[in-house]
Design a protein around this ligand. Structure first.
Ligand SMILES: [Mg+2]
Length: 229
């Protein structure tokens, strides 16, 4: 394991073994007659986005539009996410905590649930880079475009740079937006994690393909801080 690398983890299907918006959809649609149809539609949109066949902002906007998100759904969602950490992350959380000064989470999801999850597992909530929700006049939550840097094309790369994550930076994720961080030069290495889902277009582009957190952490053992050459 590198003791200098700065680790940037994707959240959905990387840090947790689910997609948070899918979980939120299940909570939001519970009891509705058209629940299964809507859930299927949302999962299809998620996959199109992750495979790079739909722009990420459009994927997010379409999924949000299918849901009516109320503030009281969020604590339920946070608990589900804490209960669904990706297995090797659940086992390795002590190790991640010991390197918490060098651990970041970047996501096209939202601070409103990722910050509390980071805090619950002992990581720094001020190292979460994500989008934000805002309340509409009717009390429902919607994306706040002015505070959502990861909701645009290549947004994760720009947001990582804006956050000033130091080099060397290792991006770890399952989706095409994670690989785009490497494509746009905002990390020195991209590790495709296949523990939750293996997306071939992403694995094919990765510097390293890893099956679990141990393999992820081994993937940067040769990286050195810039001043060490
Ligand atoms: Mg993901």
């Amino acid at each position: 394991m590198s003791d200098t690398a700065n680790w940037i983890f994707d959240f959905d299907s990387t840090f947790v073994r689910v997609e948070a918006l899918d979980e939120l959809a299940e909570i939001a649609l519970a009891g509705r007659a058209d629940r299964d149809t809507l859930l299927g539609a949302i999962r299809e949109i998620t996959n199109l986005g992750m495979e790079g066949r739909l722009a990420i902002d459009e994927s997010l906007r379409r999924r949000m539009s299918l849901l009516a998100i109320q503030p009281d759904m969020l604590p339920k969602l946070v608990q589900r996410l804490v209960d669904n950490l990706t297995p090797s992350f659940a086992r390795g959380m002590g190790q991640l905590r010991s390197m918490r000064e060098r651990v970041w989470i970047v996501s096209g999801g939202f601070h409103e649930w990722i910050d509390p999850v980071a805090e619950a597992v002992g990581l720094r909530r001020d190292r979460v880079i994500a989008n934000r929700l805002r309340a509409r006049a009717d009390g429902l939550l919607e994306i706040d475009p002015a505070a959502s840097p990861c909701a645009i094309d290549a947004g994760k790369a720009h947001a990582i740079r804006a956050a000033g994550v130091p080099r060397p930076r290792v991006m770890v994720g399952d989706g095409i937006t994670d690989w785009q961080v490497r494509e746009h030069g905002a990390c020195e290495r991209f590790v495709c994690l296949t523990e939750v889902v293996r997306r071939e277009p992403v694995a094919a582009r990765a510097d390293v393909v890893a099956a679990n957190l141990d393999e992820v952490l081994a993937a940067a053992s040769d990286l050195r801080a810039p001043d060490q050459g």
